[in-house]
Structure formats: structure tokens, C-alpha cells
Ligand binder design. Structure first.
Ligand code: PFF
Length: 459
């Protein structure tokens, strides 16, 4: 197979499969693995959540990863352009834009959580390991509106600076060291966490499915998490696929990305859930602490270690890096959508994104403090934006991709794109999942999300 990467310039291209897998892993591994996955798994059924999540990753996630990458490579376009390549009517435009809009909703509240990570890192640097581990510390912090907003703004500034200064290359180089270091440290912390007295109960809760823990919310949350963690249904893979050489084995790289991302999410769960049992006796209110869980639990683990301050600094530094690289790719995608589609300059697109960040990020950062009285459909702002993007817009974006393939391109065309570089071993499975399983799952999930928001059903 010929490598056509020279023909596709000036559009950038990856240097090969390794470049692509590393870039994808950099985007995939972030807050989703260490912050979002553990709290959802703890809240929505432990082992049951894990089982549903894994099933979704190997079926649905696999189908979407392959489809989006192949469509991006085929059209050499980001999502809006990729959809437009097949038709100019409203449904095509909507399909492209629903994919493109998701990162714009995620990036502001992603930066709010990034701000929390930054705050904790600075806290450890200032020798506050004991204070950070204190009961109620986190709740006090997120209720202090001024401080939490300051950290959100600082983290966002970091992200904008990198994007404007174009030092993304440098960040990527550094993250090649940081990411493996994060994995090693996470293995160490998880090992420490599972060997604490009482932690085995937590390991059991996290790994062994108990059917009594099943609810529709388990499926909805697991699906939203799968989209979020694998960076699918938000235009990223179209864009990355468009940079991909025709010689790169899409099937194999997809599997590698899935393994890597899921591995780190498992490590996240193994660090945090057993520790909840060891340090809080599996207290249900801690287990269901939601977005706060990682920030309550990690400091307790570190405080109980001899060298807690040192481990805390190292861990939060790498965690910050993982969050930063993901936030950069979210913002970069958002900015390039405006640049490509509206032919705006980069600074102008950045100004618009500053406005979006303020409009979505500020309420998210204030929603647990000054604005905690305001609830949207019973949720704080941050939880609402998270729900809106993960449980409503991403299923819609995924549905648009499935419909595009089923009604317009046909699965055969996707298979041909994959086969340009390698045999497509799971072609039959892919076709079956895409045609029947994926649309059915998405529709059910989408409708139940809406029904639950409207209070028609309790999930
Ligand atoms: N997958 C990232 C995470 O799990 O934290 C979130 C993300 C980053 C999604 C970048 C999309 C993206 F473009």
C-alpha cells in the first residue's frame, strides 16, 4: 500500500501508526480516566458499571472509533466538512455541527475541573498534604466561589497560552515523558490502595458485577463515559482520521487506543474505589460523592503514605499534564472548527471561545457555591453541562454518524477505506453492530435520558 501522506499536505499528517496512536492516547487519557470514570463506577454499581462499560467499549465504541476515523481519512475533513462532503442539505449540516459543538460545551467545564487539579497541585507544593486530606476540605473549596473561579481562570489561561503560542509540539514532547510516568505512579498508588486494610471489599465492589446494582442509569452513564473517555462523538476522530496516512492500519490502532484508555481507567478505579472502603468503610455517601470523589479520596491515600507530600506533588503534576493535553485538544478542535467553517482568523476564533468559556465555565465553577441555589433539571451547572454533552448530544452525534453510514455511504465504503491498509478482520461484526446494535442502543439511551430529565421516568 502506498503511503500518500505527501499528497495530503498542506493538511498535516501523522508520521505513522505510532504517531497516530500516541496522539489519540494523549487526547483520550485525561480527566475522564482518573476523575470521571472512578466516580461514575462508584456511583452507578461498581462491577456492574464496569461490565456494561467494557461491553460497550468493545462493541459500540469500536464501531464508532473505526467509523469516524475512516470517514475522516476518506474525506480528509473535520466533522462539518466530512458530512458536507456527502450532501449539502440541512440533515448533513446538522450531523456535522452536532459533532463539532460537543467539544465546545465540554472544554469550559473541563477547565473548571482542571482548575481543581491545579489548586491541589499548588496545595501540595505549599506543604498542605494534611489539610487537603481533611474531612470537608473539598466541599469548602468548591463552595468558595472566588477561589474556585480563580483556579478555573488560571487553568484556562494555561490552555489558551499554549494554543496561542503554538507550543503544542513542546507539550506533546513533554507529555511523552509525563504520560508513562503517570501510568507508573498510578500502578504504584493502585497497588498501595488495594493493600490497605479493608480495601478488598472495594476491589470486590469494583470488579465483581452484582445484578442488584443494575439500573438504566448504569447504562446511560457507562455510554456517556465511553464517548467521553475515548474522545468519540465529538469530532476529534474525524479530524485525526483526516491526518492519517492511507497505509495506517485503522483496525489495529483502534484496538490499541481502546486497550490503553481502558487500562488507565481501570487503574483509576483501582486507586480510588478500594481506598473509599479502606478509609471510609465503604460509606455510601462517600461512594456516591460524584464529581468530588477523586479529590476527596486521593489526598487521603497520599496522607496515609510516609512520603505523602512528595507523592501528592508528583501525582497531581502528571494529572495536570494529562488534563492539560486533553483540554488543549478540545480547545484546538473547537477553534479549528470556526477557522475552517467560518474562515475566521485564529485570534477571532479564540475570542469567541473565551466568551463560550465564560458563559459555560463560570456557572459551572460557581454551581457548587454561590449559585448552588440554581439547579437545571435538578442538577448543578457542571453536572448539567456534563449530562447535556455526554448523555444527550453525544448520542445524537453518534446517531448522525451511524445514519450517514447506513443511509448514505454504506458500510461497504467504510470497509473499503479500512481495507486500503489491512485486512478488516471484524468486518462482519462491525457491520452488524453498526446497522442494528448501535442505532438501537443510541435511540433507547437518548429517549431515556430525555424522559429522565423531564421527570417522566426515574432512572
Ligand atoms: N478523552 C478525554 C478524557 O477522558 O479526559 C476527554 C477529551 C479530550 C475528549 C479531548 C475529547 C477530546 F478531544
Amino acid at each position: 500500500m502506498k503511503n500518500d501522506k505527501h499528497q495530503i499536505s498542506p493538511r498535516g499528517s501523522f508520521s505513522g501508526r505510532l504517531g497516530y496512536v500516541l496522539a489519540m492516547a494523549g487526547s483520550a487519557v485525561g480527566l475522564g480516566n482518573i476523575w470521571r470514570f472512578p466516580y461514575l463506577a462508584a456511583k452507578y454499581g461498581g462491577g456492574m458499571f464496569l461490565l456494561v462499560y467494557l461491553l460497550l467499549v468493545v462493541t459500540f465504541g469500536y464501531v464508532l472509533l473505526v467509523s469516524e476515523t475512516a470517514l475522516g481519512r476518506m474525506t480528509r475533513k473535520s466533522p462539518v466538512g466530512a458530512f458536507a462532503a456527502f450532501g449539502k442539505s440541512l440533515p448533513f449540516r446538522l450531523g456535522g455541527w452536532v459533532n463539532a459543538i460537543v467539544p465546545m460545551i465540554i472544554v469550559p467545564y473541563y477547565c473548571v475541573i482542571g482548575g481543581w487539579v491545579l489548586k491541589y497541585l499548588v496545595g501540595y507544593l505549599g506543604g498542605g498534604a494534611a489539610a487537603l486530606a481533611g474531612d470537608g476540605y473539598f466541599d469548602g473549596f468548591i463552595a468558595a466561589s472566588g477561589s474556585v473561579t480563580l483556579w478555573f481562570v488560571l487553568f484556562s489561561l494555561l490552555v489558551f497560552l499554549v494554543i496561542l503560542a503554538g507550543v503544542k509540539q513542546g507539550v506533546e514532547r513533554v507529555s511523552k515523558v509525563m504520560m508513562p510516568a503517570l501510568v507508573l505512579l498510578a500502578v504504584f498508588v493502585a497497588g498501595y490502595s488495594v493493600t490497605r486494610p479493608g480495601a478488598l471489599e472495594g476491589v470486590k465492589y469494583f470488579l465483581v458485577p452484582n445484578f442488584a446494582d443494575f439500573s438504566w442509569m448504569t447504562v446511560i452513564a457507562a455510554m456517556g463515559q465511553m464517548f467521553y473517555s475515548l474522545s468519540i462523538a465529538m469530532g476529534i476522530l474525524y479530524t485525526y482520521g483526516s491526518y492519517l496516512g492511507k497505509d495506517v492500519d485503522i483496525e489495529r490502532s483502534t484496538i490499541q487506543v481502546e486497550l490503553f484508555d481502558t487500562g488507565i481507567a481501570l487503574l483509576g478505579g483501582m486507586m480510588i474505589i478500594p481506598a473509599v472502603f479502606a478509609f471510609s468503610g465503604g460509606d455510601m455517601s462517600v461512594l456516591k460523592a460524584g464529581p468530588a470523589l477523586t479529590f476527596i479520596t486521593l489526598p487521603k491515600i497520599f496522607a496515609s503514605m510516609g512520603a505523602g507530600t512528595f507523592v501528592g506533588i508528583a501525582f497531581f503534576l502528571m494529572f495536570l499534564f494529562a488534563a492539560l493535553t486533553s483540554a488543549i485538544s478540545l480547545l484546538e478542535t473547537s477553534v479549528s472548527t470556526w477557522v475552517d467553517e467560518l474562515h475566521w482568523s485564529r485570534p477571532k476564533a479564540c475570542v469567541l471561545m473565551v466568551a463560550v468559556m465564560a458563559a459555560v465555565g463560570l456557572p459551572s465553577s460557581l454551581g457548587y457555591g454561590a449559585w448552588s441555589g440554581v439547579q437545571l433539571f435538578g442538577m448543578a451547572f457542571l453536572d448539567f453541562f456534563d449530562f447535556l454533552s455526554n448523555s444527550i448530544l453525544m448520542p445524537l452525534a453518534a446517531l448522525a454518524t451511524c445514519i450517514l453510514i447506513i443511509r448514505v455511504t454504506g458500510t461497504q465504503k467504510i470497509a473499503e477505506e479500512v481495507e486500503l491498509s489491512s485486512a478488516f478482520h471484524r468486518k462482519k461484526l462491525y457491520t452488524f453492530f453498526l446497522k442494528y446494535l448501535a442505532p438501537a442502543c443510541i435511540t433507547i439511551i437518548f429517549l431515556s435520558s430525555i424522559a429522565s430529565v423531564l421527570g417522566l421516568i426515574t432512572l
